[in-house]
Design a protein around this ligand. Structure first.
Ligand code: 9MR
Length: 370
């Protein structure tokens, strides 16, 4: 177990960087943060990857800006310089990859994998079995059980097989439990039509298609020890006992200042590690209430920095947790305002790509760990 303690000097430095409206920050410190020449990926301890979602598809398609990944050169530069792992925010989901039952559309996913290779980055694949963002032809196809099984098997073999050796971790099953810890037997087409056994099959098919990929369960609201994370713990134990190749458990870590920090995060990760699993934080962001488009207060920015640092520390403290991914940047590309009315400010970059106190908190935490 790797224990991280922030030194007094680091804490002082952090306090100095928690000003801050962007304007105040610009007056007395470099706009790009404490260590202008140190990227997050370079500050990370050996073997620890710091990732970002690659913005594109999904809610971005409803916005009036160009596709961020292909159309925003500043975004693209920072994505390559700062991060050592990339997750497809939407480009490897069914609605993106599967325009039809017989067709696959790999261009956008291929572009992410190629970019990652050019920049020496890992890739997390997201996702293979989910209740959301499925194409209409699938959800409304009235397929028989045999057909559905075959459709999922073909998808997993084709997609995982295409990127074999190039995608480090796959979110094989995403969000299969509700917050009460009940399987999504209503809205998850796979589980509703085929039963929970299909989950183990998905892991088996993925493993056969790429034996080198680490295969994960991934969900939100599983940071703490609670009914939902308990459900994953029990299911994972059962699957492992059956010999199903489950390798990891990841907490998305979509946090909100109004709900408090999930103080059981490290303990929760540790119990999955004790099962023999790797762990990861895969979609980290920290949103805040900004009614009427208000600017974040200094206190909100300080609290946000604290949440980011504590989440990262929890992961760094668990030896099998070696991947920490933020769910995009800057705030203008975040999914949050589209989903939570009056909330936002969730990422570590301002819209002009200057960094927030939360960025400095991540950087300092990584440096302290290294
Ligand atoms: O960030 C994604 C956004 O662009 C999409 O519109 C949205 C649709 O469901 O999905 C977002 O990403 C989600 C991720 O795939 C799974 N965990 C929750 C994320 C935020 O909703």
């Amino acid at each position: 177990m790797r224990q991280i303690r922030l030194s007094a000097a680091v804490l002082t430095a952090l306090a100095l960087t928690l000003p801050a409206s962007a304007a105040a920050a610009a007056d007395d410190q470099p706009a790009t943060g404490l260590h202008q020449n140190t990227a997050l990926r370079d500050a990370a301890p050996s073997g620890f990857v710091i990732g970002s979602a690659v913005a594109g598809g999904g809610h971005h398609q409803d916005e009036d800006y160009p596709d961020p990944f292909t159309g925003d050169q500043e975004y693209r530069r920072i994505l390559g310089e700062e991060f050592s792992s990339l997750s497809a925010e939407n480009q490897m989901k069914w609605d993106h990859l599967r325009p039809s039952r017989d067709g696959y559309a790999f261009d956008d996913a291929d572009a992410i994998v190629a970019y990652a290779q050019d920049n020496g980055q890992d890739v997390r694949g997201h996702t293979l079995l989910w209740h959301s963002q499925n194409p209409d032809w699938l959800e409304n196809g009235n397929f028989s059980q045999e057909e559905l099984r075959e459709i999922l098997r073909d998808h997993i073999e084709t997609v995982v097989g295409r990127y074999a050796g190039q995608i480090h971790q796959w979110d094989v099953a995403n969000e299969i439990f509700d917050d009460g810890g009940n399987l999504r037997t209503g809205d998850n087409i796979w589980i509703r039509e085929l039963g929970v056994g299909i989950v183990g099959d998905a892991f088996r098919w993925a493993h056969a298609a790429d034996p080198s990929a680490e295969l994960y369960f991934n969900d939100y609201n599983v940071e703490d020890v609670n009914a939902k994370s308990d459900a994953y713990y029990e299911l994972t134990r059962e699957l492992l006992a059956e010999g199903v190749p489950v390798h990891g458990f990841s907490a998305q870590t979509h946090l909100s200042l109004q709900y408090g920090f999930p103080s059981g995060l490290q303990t929760n990760l540790e119990r999955f590690e004790a099962l023999g699993l790797s762990t990861a934080l895969t979609e980290v962001d920290v949103r805040m209430q900004l009614p009427g488009g208000a600017e974040p207060t200094e206190q909100q920015l300080a609290d946000q920095a604290d949440y980011y640092a504590r989440a990262l520390e929890a992961c760094l403290n668990v030896s099998g947790c070696d991947s920490f991914t933020v769910w995009g940047f800057p705030d203008k590309y975040s999914w949050v305002p589209n989903t939570f009315e009056g909330e936002g400010g969730a990422t570590v970059y301002w819209d002009d790509y200057t960094t927030k106190p939360a960025y400095d908190a991540l950087l300092e935490t990584l440096l302290a760990a290294g």
